[in-house]
Design a protein around this ligand. Sequence first.
Ligand code: HEC
Length: 144
Amino acid sequence: MLFTETNLMKISHTLLLGILSFRTVHAATEEAKVDFATQVKPLLTSKCVNCHHAGALFGELNLENRAMAFKKRVNGPVILPGKPDSSALYMVLKMPPKNPKAMPPNGHRIADKDVNLIYDWIKQGAAWPKGADGVITLSKAVKE
Ligand code: HEC
């Protein structure tokens, strides 16, 4: 390869990108522990549970509490602790909106930071508390 000015620029550009992407990956692995009650629960409450509760079991899925969310389904596991890429709960958020299984189905995509939050939460073991902290109730707007 000729070390012309353009080539050198390309090389330093590649190096720079390498350093930047390494930093991103590195930062992600150091992500703080996701807390269900304060981080995951508000998201499920506002964006998901309205269609996934005892009275509206779309996709055979109830997200009102831990026992229901982890219940065996014909379509496979919704949450596989430690394995977000095999967990439907994360997979449906990553699907392109055109996919009929992309969630939420009305086209309002979940913000990337929240998708990453679900990823990290499942990766870290998907801790879902058993008591009141782990119970999700329908938001008022829908109940009324
Ligand atoms: C407007 C109603 C509605 C909302 C809101 C909604 N869903 Fe769904 N969900 C559905 C329907 C309908 C299905 C069934 C789709 C199918 O099987 O084709 C489904 C299916 C699913 C499935 C099962 C997919 C499978 O593999 O069978 C998961 C997981 C899921 N939703 C997660 C979520 C999550 C997470 C949210 C919030 C970000 C959410 N849903 C919000 C209606 C909704």
